[in-house]
Design a binder for this molecule. Sequence first.
Ligand SMILES: *Cc1c(COP(=O)(O)O)cnc(C)c1O
Length: 411
Amino acid sequence: MATINQNYQKLAGSYLFVEIARRVAAYKEAHPEADIIRLGIGDVTQPLPQVSIEAMHKAVDEMAKAETFRGYGPEQGYDFLIEAIRKHNYLDRGIDIASDEIFVSDGSKSDTGNIQEIFGTDNTIAITDPVYPVYLDTNVMAGRTGEKQENGYYKGVTYLPSTAENCFSPALPDGHVDIIYLCCPNNPTGTTLSKAALTQWVDYAKKEDAVILFDAAYAAYISEPDVPRSIYEIEGAKDVAIEFRSFSKTAGFTGTRCGYTVIPKTVTGKAADGSRVKFRDLWNRRHTTKFNGTAYIVQRGAAAIYTEEGQKQVHELVSYYMENARIIREGLKAAGITAYGGVNAPYIWLKTPNHMPSWDFFDLLLTKVNIVGTPGVGFGPCGEGYFRLTSFGDRENTLRAVDRIKNQLKF
Ligand SMILES: *Cc1c(COP(=O)(O)O)cnc(C)c1O
């Protein structure tokens, strides 16, 4: 008899986006003429940079000839991409990362979800609340948590509340944890952690012999000079931190798929015999066993963003979304709504007026001004009373949505 992984039954259903779709569909059915604008999407809308398109066309042509055809590539990624990543994001910024500490992949969702496999199941985890759901759900699947409770919290998980009260910079846990997930700039709050705050986390990890899993998917959106782009800008981080990056939000690769993980050889964990083992070696073993490399064509497209012209095009893409963010932020302010984020990230995290529950605000926005956003509570219990709008829409829809909010909603 085949039995199931019982841990999957602890998972909450994919309630959030299913419930959003259900409510929008019901409203549309009752009001077929409604002109609904979606500011809830976590996906980009603008086309790939031209440099990536050209590089991928060229790579397709290489595939058409026996002399330049490529079959399986290195599981860890092609050197041309690894070296471009290494130089541009690390060496040029004074961070010494070796080529064999960078692992190219098909994106950060897989990497942030899979990384927990190389840790013992008895590790304790801490996650910021609210946050990208992948970290928690993959640990539930692996059996590192207890059951989900009535109040929305899983047993056995240390939640790190991130609210307006602590400027979305969570306090260190009271006791010991083994693994800490940090997402900076954060999805959904759009806020960042300061150099001082990150230093505290690195110091904590050193003292507790813990590992920080640092998701920097939105690093390209940081505009303020004093916000760290990489955890390795913090002294000592190379001993305790693993970093995840993605081309998805940086260069519009959400449908094209490319990301990478950095694991310095100095990040180690304890084996049963008391010896220290490099997590890098375990990840290399996992990657070469379970993954066969990202498509050559895609890696060519990704590497193209590190040329001078590529950097210009990526900068234009990011600026386009960040102008949307500015428009949304200012529109909300004009409507009397308090909002956070949107300066170093494409997300605006607003406080619902009059302490309205997240879902009530969702209904209000949908029915009064026909705008769809994402209820904050869907990202964790501390997201209750907040709401996420994204700047990934096109300019025209963003302007139209903000006009409606400014002119038809007043608090
Ligand atoms: C979008 C996103 C990613 C990137 O996922 P990909 O699989 O690379 O597309 C990673 N982390 C967070 C927090 C995200 O929002």
